[in-house]
Design a protein around this ligand. Structure first.
Ligand SMILES: N[C@@H](CCC(=O)N[C@@H](CS)C(=O)NCC(=O)O)C(=O)O
Length: 329
């Protein structure tokens, strides 16, 4: 049985959309339909959550006949990615857009503007109970939606499912696979939270607390020196192995905010060169500006100021809201 793009047809259910359509995720079913002359067409149907979860609607599609041959011999194929990304233009957000762009995967973007606290709304908490971006919803092997949240978990999900050529990953069980995990978790447990706090005390806290600023900015610089040393020993110019990987992508998404958090990048020449080289890649530079343009570089002081004032306000409101909700529990 052969497959050809010419035979892929797409049907989208648009009738009777649930009220959650603007943020509801979609599910896909791919059905292979043998055609006369040894060709096969793929019918791709997209459902809203509510339609997919309605057994009658789902059943009626599965039994729809698109060709006479279909009567006897339709087969289910493995689902293809149908990724919906919920994100904003922040370090954790661009980690995923840059990875998706480098992998060359198709995805739909839902801009969750965190300054409006959309990330705390009940529909979004169904996707990420922690009320943070990024998160994705995809169609899983069983045809049902699957949610994935936490940047590192998303990066591992994307590469484990959709990177068989190891563009951004390494074969499972190899030395590089585990080394890649080391740097991924280094970002998740180190650079992310520490630099996040550095930004908070430096840029957003309503009172200036020198101790907090010093503690987190110094720790961020120390973590950058760990990356710099790793790169100084790397023959390939990447954190792991001989090519770009999710280890680089995860850390880069924070390192580009280095100057914003008072890190003098001249102190870290290997990291600075790595940052410039990786940032110039078409996939990465495109991903930096999805869903909107980032203006945080030192050569754009106005952009950095705008970024700071945009984020200062909601950070405090968000903190208050979450703490009040927690206190009511
Ligand atoms: N550990 C999470 C952190 C996610 C996170 O903190 N995201 C920030 C944006 S960079 C956010 O959504 N903030 C919104 C809020 O605090 O309400 C990850 O790596 O994905």
């Amino acid at each position: 049985m052969s497959f050809s793009a010419a035979h892929i047809s797409k049907r989208v259910f648009v009738g009777k959309l649930g009220s959650n359509i603007s943020h509801g995720s979609l599910s896909s079913i791919y059905r292979l339909v043998p055609q006369p002359g040894n060709n096969t067409s793929i019918t791709h149907n997209i459902f809203t959550h509510s339609q997919y979860n309605d057994p009658a609607t789902r059943r009626s599609f599965l039994h729809t006949e698109t060709s006479p041959e279909n009567k006897t011999s339709s087969i289910m194929a493995a689902p293809q990615p149908h990724i919906k990304l919920y994100t904003d233009s922040t370090p954790n957000g661009i980690k995923i857009t840059t990875a998706l762009e480098e992998l060359g995967l198709e995805y739909e973007v839902e801009h969750v503007d965190i300054s409006t606290l959309r990330q705390k709304e009940p529909w979004y908490l169904e996707i990420n109970p922690n009320g943070r971006i990024p998160a994705i919803v995809d169609t899983f092997d069983d045809g049902e939606p699957i949610r994935v949240f936490e940047g590192g978990s998303i990066l591992q999900y994307l590469t484990e499912r959709y990177d068989p050529e190891h563009k951004l990953s390494f074969p499972k069980g190899s030395r590089e696979y585990y080394e890649c995990n080391n740097w991924l978790f280094f970002q998740h447990g180190g650079i992310g939270p520490m630099q996040g706090q550095a930004s908070h005390f430096l840029k957003y806290a309503p009172v200036k607390i020198e101790y907090g600023v010093k503690r987190y900015v110094t720790e961020t610089r120390r973590l950058y020196s760990v990356l710099d040393t790793q790169l100084s020993k790397s023959k390939s110019g990447y954190l792991v192995g001989d090519h770009l990987s999710i280890a680089d992508i995860a850390n880069l998404s924070w390192v580009i905010f280095g100057e914003y958090t008072d890190v003098d990048m001249n102190a870290f020449p290997h990291l600075k060169e790595w940052e410039a080289r990786l940032s110039a890649r078409p996939g990465i530079s495109k991903g930096f500006h999805i869903p909107k343009v980032l203006g945080i570089k030192s050569d754009d002081p106005e952009g950095a100021k705008k970024y700071q004032s945009h984020h200062a306000d909601w950070v405090i409101r968000s903190q208050q809201l979450e703490q009040e909700a927690f206190a009511r529990k």
